[in-house]
Design a protein around this ligand. Sequence first.
Ligand code: LMR
Length: 393
Amino acid sequence: MLNRLEAQSPDALLALIKLHAADERPDKVDLGVGVYRTGQGDTPVFAAIKRAEQALVDTQESKSYLGPEGDMGFVNALMPYIFGTDATMGGRISGMQTPGGTGAVRLALALAQRAGMERLHMGTPSWPNHKQIIDDLGLELAAFGHAKADGTANLDAVLAAIRGAAPGDGVLLHGCCHNPTGIDYAADDWDAIGDAIAETGIFPIIDTAYQGLGEGLEEDAAGLRSVLAKVPEAFIAYSCDKNFGMYRDRVGAFYIMAGEGESETLNTAFSNANALARASWSMPPDHGAAAIRLILRDRAMTEVWLDELDQMRSRMRQVRERLAEAGVAGGVDLAPLGSQNGLFSTLPVTKEQVVRLREEHGIYMAGSGRINIAGLTMDNIEKFIGALADVTG
Ligand code: LMR
């Protein structure tokens, strides 16, 4: 039976981790997979997480099963950060824990499919795993261009996609820090998107994997909140992998917003989400979510976390400013990167130029031209700009 399987190439982004590890050049630069790095190039465990983990060691009494919804204390403690002071929007929003943001996206799309969605509109380029999940579920992908050549978001394209959607279609939006372009919608854009969704009835699914890494925790949630204020129903996929540095612990959450007074609908939707989770991973891993719950319920630990998040954001801003200042490097204008957000930006480079950067300069980035901004430090940024000028000039 196994002979019937066709070999699959490894996930290109994850394969890059191994390629980089095998490179023995001491001045190699990793701009591949999306993990935050300090100015020294490290990805340390957050101090707030260390404290919470110690508290877990000291106080956790059992590791017995919780259930498909995971740690609801964690799920609820996050909600004011995502949705604001009226965190449930009058009881319309509720959530459950998932294994990372990927688990949340998978669950959102599988549940939407169960509710009748067959086609999903999505701006491209997008995070490559979005398409893998869409394909795996057998959904139809209707792609529209996310960005314009000047490095800003293509509002007309998303509005045309929403307005042209058929009944029962969905639209997948990045809440902030667009992966892979760093190009987010402006506040007015989000308003127009929310209005268009409300007019057409297309089902919105908002993936928020980088809250706090763009403009700030509140600012990064503003687009999502403005859409939720206008539409009757929505799914939100959330990741704590980046903003709590929990990558391999797989901490995510899935939220559903139902219509006003539709608490039965919300319960029914969750009974389906729980059944899907049970059939997929049964229940999510507990450790990371439990640690984050402890942080969010303790004022002092929350302050430590917020401070760490501020430091990450300001370091990435500093890198972006330096890149923007450099202006044109060879054939690439770096100026737009200054106003983009989060861990990523995508450079207009060819696959051949990406290979040359890797082979000749030891600079690793995704084949799409996406770079991880946090892989640049004040020590390697000039080398990067020079190498880019070399291969694109
Ligand atoms: C990325 O895009 O690099 C991250 O979201 C990590 C991943 O799972 O792909």
